[in-house]
Design a binder for this molecule. Sequence first.
Ligand code: SAM
Length: 229
Amino acid sequence: MPLRIDVITIFPDYFAPLQLSLMGKAQQSGLVTIAIHDLREFTSDRHRSVDDTPYGGGAGMVMTPEPWGQAIDAVVTDQSTLIVPTPAGKLFSQPVAAELAHSTHLIFACGRYEGIDQRVVEYYRPRIDVRELSIGDYVLAGGDVATLAMIEASVRLVPGVLGNPESLVEESHQLPGVEYPSYTKPPTWRGLDVPEVLLSGHHDQIARWRAEQSTIRTTHNRPDLLPGS
Ligand code: SAM
C-alpha cells in the first residue's frame, strides 16, 4: 500500500517542488501519493474567507474551524494521522519522521495567520491520531514550509524510496550524534587536502576516523545529543 498524503493549504503553489527530485520519483514509482487541496474550496461565503478576529482580543487573525472541518472530512479515514504544524507543538525529529513514514495516511493542515481555531484539534483528537508538530524553535509565516520539511524527511524513509538504503544507516540523527564530514574529488582543492586516511583504503582506520569526527562535530555543534547530556 503506498503512503497517501493529503495537504490542505491556502497556498497550493507552495507544493510544486514536491514534483522534483526524490519526492517526484517517489510519486512516479507509486510508493507515495500526494494530493494538495485548496482550503478556500471548502468555504461557503462569497469572499471565500478562512479567518476571523480572535476571541479574547489580541493581534492578528485566527483560521475559522468550518472550512477546516469540511476539508478534513473530505479526506479523513479511521487510518489517518492529522498533522497540524505549529511552533507550539512537540518537536519533529528523525524518530517521528520514521513513524510517519510507516503510516497509512497523513493529512497536513497548514495554518496561517495566528493559527487554526483549536477546536479543530480537539474535534479530531478522540477520533484519529492527531499530532501538533513544530519543526524548530522559531516562527514561520505559515505551516507550508514546515509541511514540506516533514514530508521530505518522512518520504525518504519510506522503504524503496532511496535507491541505496545504506545511505540511511550512517547519517546524522540515525547515529548517536551527527554525521562525520564528507569529501569527494579532487584530492586537493584550493590548497586543502582530503584527509589522508580516506585515501588509504584501510576500512578499519576509516571507520575509526569517521567515528572520531562524528564525536568532535557533535561535541562542537550539538552537545545536547551526546549520550548522558
Ligand atoms: N501565533 C502562533 C504562535 O505563536 O504559536 C504562530 C503562528 S505562525 C505566524 C503561523 C503558522 O505558521 C502556524 O499556525 C503554523 O502552521 C506555522 N508555523 C510557524 N512556525 C512553525 C514551526 N516552528 N513549526 C511548524 N509550524 C510552524
